[in-house]
Design a protein around this ligand. Structure first.
Ligand SMILES: Cc1cc2nc3c(=O)[nH]c(=O)nc-3n(C[C@H](O)[C@H](O)[C@H](O)COP(=O)(O)O)c2cc1C
Length: 135
């Protein structure tokens, strides 16, 4: 069984832009090992990340993310199990995608009638398509 989740969090004051490089390096090799695909967007203050992969590995990553002092205030926007047939992301070639996006883009997750579930995942897809992704 596969699982995907989407969350929003804030970079902590003790973290800085140098940590983004560390996270990318660490996550790329761990995700390749765990057959996980993650897409992380950063607006200069908030992180929004979608993680997809085998349910057990995704659950283990979620626990590591909760303990990571480089961000805080993790709020789940979506969390669902997927049938293996519904999975079509290119894990072997793409364990990690990251990039910057405009701060306004995350407001739909963060204001009064905040998006949740499928609507949140679809909004994330739209932001990802327009984000300034690293090569
Ligand atoms: C915003 C953010 C996103 C992260 N994404 C991943 C990821 O996709 N995969 C991963 O293995 N670690 C990711 N990490 C790092 C993990 O939190 C953790 O430090 C790493 O998996 C190593 O865990 P360990 O130190 O307990 O061995 C991320 C950290 C942050 C702050």
């Amino acid at each position: 069984m596969h699982r995907q989740f989407l969350y929003l969090s804030q970079m902590t004051p003790q973290a800085n832009y140098r940590h983004l490089g560390d996270i990318t390096q660490q996550a790329t090799s761990l995700n390749r090992r765990d057959r996980i695909h993650a897409a992380l967007l950063f607006d200069g203050y908030r992180f929004c990340q979608r993680v997809q992969g085998p349910a057990e590995a995704v659950g283990a990553l979620l626990m590591r993310l909760h303990k990571d002092a480089r961000h805080s205030g993790m709020r789940m926007l979506a969390d669902e199990l997927l049938q293996p047939g519904a999975v079509n992301w290119p894990v072997s070639t793409c364990p990690w995608l990251s990039g910057y996006c405009d701060a306004l883009e995350f407001d739909a997750f963060d204001t009064g009638s905040a998006l949740q579930g499928q609507a949140a995942l679809e909004h994330f897809e739209r932001i990802l398509r327009h984000a300034d992704l690293r090569p």
